[in-house]
Design a protein around this ligand. Structure first.
Ligand SMILES: [Zn+2]
Length: 73
């Protein structure tokens, strides 16, 4: 079991899925059961259920869990 990924407002997320604009970096702009993220390139924002977002995350670039990212699976 993986622990939930700690997310904070302003965290920059590298997602597995690219936005159609070609960017894969997103900023967390709202927290909750659903999390709002905004594309850092085109400014488009989407609301994603937390469980689904966690599966989309490849890496948290700015946040409190950088140690987790350095581990290899
Ligand atoms: Zn975009």
């Amino acid at each position: 079991m993986k622990p939930p990924i700690p997310l904070n407002l302003g965290d920059v997320l590298l997602l597995r899925k690219k936005h159609p604009c070609g960017n894969d970096l997103w900023v967390v702009t709202r927290l909750g059961a659903d999390i709002r993220i905004r594309c850092t390139k085109c400014g488009h924002s989407v609301l994603v259920p937390r469980a689904r977002l966690e599966r989309m995350i490849r890496k948290v670039l700015e946040g409190t869990n950088e140690d987790r990212d350095s581990r290899t699976d």
